[in-house]
Design a protein around this ligand. Structure first.
Ligand SMILES: CC(C)(COP(=O)(O)OP(=O)(O)OC[C@H]1O[C@@H](n2cnc3c(N)ncnc32)[C@H](O)[C@@H]1OP(=O)(O)O)[C@@H](O)C(=O)NCCC(=O)NCCSC(=O)C(=O)O
Length: 402
């Protein structure tokens, strides 16, 4: 594991995060987890994802999972004074993130050109469904739309099955990851450029879905009209006496061992099964033998037997089993997050950012407008002025104390 100092490379950087939903907010959270200070500027009614799914006092699973450690400013950008305040924050930010439909940030006076005029060193991140230009640029999108339109929902389904989106918002989450990655490269380039100039990063959910499916596109063009085959056989999920296991043979030795474990020792010397390529031609036969054999024992028994022979195998579990998993506990992957909606409730599980050691994990997500006064004081607005702006509907009221 890298040392503590490399983990917090972004300490001292300021981020203005105007984004809502998952993709943009996750980018902001990663920057925060790497040490940056992140202001989440929200409309007075809050980021729309504060109202999706289980919701309590403006906190949802999405809010809590993708906004950790940020400070929330409730600011009305429909009011000129609200826009002026956001411009002030953009002018002093190292990084600005927005994920509105293309054109919206420009209407707010906070488009990349406007912000870069005020602040040439800014790294400006635009996240959209389909990119900032081109025939579909204005098309709005959320995760499910991007997974559908990009083909991911078909890629994700069993052959001949019904299209199905991959559940953990992979379009959004991968976009947040790619955006944070691009910000890192842009910061490095800014450090190296003599003038310290920033850049505009244009990320779309479509681009991220395309990136994840690159091997599939290569195979399709390469294969032409020939029918698709598996990459290797066996590789997939098989029913057992009490559930399913995943099984994969990545070498000839593994394949031979699988045969021995399931009572097919002749596979080792079968010329039709000697290489990965030849096994593809008899994939149906191999698959049928596995499907006939595996229901005889439990998943745990099969995984133990295969693992003892160095074969890749794993039991199919529910994600909730991670909550009580010895390895997850050992790695410190789950950290208790206080409940901003009600501190008297037991904490919720916050998953650590991979690659960042447990001592540097950031705390919970903010309540809507929790830090409005604190941020305005830092900008040298006195309390009377803040009260007047709240009265005028420019700033949201402070959330009531618990
Ligand atoms: C998600 C969207 C479809 C939502 O579309 P819309 O509801 O039409 O919102 P838009 O973003 O286009 O515009 C936001 C409007 O809010 C206004 N706005 C923005 N900020 C403020 C503040 N602070 N105060 C007042 N008003 C504000 C802004 O001026 C726009 O109004 P007007 O000026 O009046 O228009 C779109 O934002 C989009 O395509 N985003 C890009 C991709 C993305 O990030 N998708 C969501 C990922 S999360 C996800 O997929 C998921 O959870 O699932």
């Amino acid at each position: 594991m890298a040392s503590a100092s490399t983990h917090l490379a972004y300490t001292g950087l300021r981020v203005l995060d105007l984004s809502q939903g998952i993709a943009g907010p996750y980018c902001g959270q990663i920057l925060r987890q790497l040490g940056a200070e992140v202001i989440k500027a929200e409309p007075l009614e809050g980021d729309w994802s504060r109202r999706i799914g289980l919701a309590r006092d403006g906190m949802t699973a999405i809010t809590m999972a993708f906004n950790r450690g940020k400070r929330s400013l409730a600011c009305n950008a429909r009011h000129p004074e609200g826009r002026a305040l956001l411009a002030l924050l953009a002018a002093r930010a190292d990084i600005v993130i927005q994920s509105f439909r293309p054109g919206v940030a420009q209407r707010m006076g906070l488009g990349p050109a406007e912000v870069r005029t005020m602040n040439p060193s800014v790294i400006y991140v635009s996240i959209s469904g389909f990119g900032q230009s081109g025939p579909e640029a204005r098309r709005p999108a959320t995760d499910v739309i991007a997974q559908a339109v990009s083909g991911m929902a078909v890629t994700n389904c069993a052959p001949g099955g019904t299209p199905a989106t991959a559940k953990p918002y992979i379009a959004d989450v991968s976009c947040g990851l790619y955006a944070a990655n691009a910000v890192g490269a842009a910061l490095f380039a800014r450090e190296r450029s003599p003038e310290g100039v920033g850049t505009h990063l244009d990320l779309s959910l479509l681009a991220c879905m395309a990136a994840l499916q690159n091997p599939l596109l290569i195979e399709h063009v390469w294969r032409g009209d020939a029918p698709a085959t598996a990459a290797t056989v066996p590789q997939g999920l098989y029913a057992t006496a009490d559930g399913h296991i995943a099984l994969a043979a990545m070498s000839d030795a593994m394949f031979a061992a699988i045969g021995e474990v399931i009572g097919q020792p002749a596979w080792r010397n079968d010329a039709h099964m000697a290489t990965a390529a030849s096994r593809l031609a008899v994939a149906g036969e191999i698959d049928a033998a596995l499907r006939a054999a595996l229901p005889a024992q439990t998943s745990a028994q099969w995984v133990a037997a295969f693992t003892a022979r160095n074969v890749l195998a794993g039991e199919v579990r529910h994600a909730t089993q991670l909550l009580d998993d010895a390895q997850v506990r050992h790695l410190g992957l789950l950290q208790p997050m206080a409940r901003p909606d009600d501190p008297s409730l037991p904490p919720l599980p916050g998953v650590a950012l991979p690659g960042i050691d447990a001592t540097h994990q950031v705390p919970r997500a903010p309540r809507l407008g929790e830090h409005t006064q604190e941020i305005l004081r830092e900008l040298r607005f006195d309390d009377a002025r803040v009260a007047a702006l709240m009265q005028a509907g420019v700033l949201g009221p402070s959330p009531p104390p618990h």
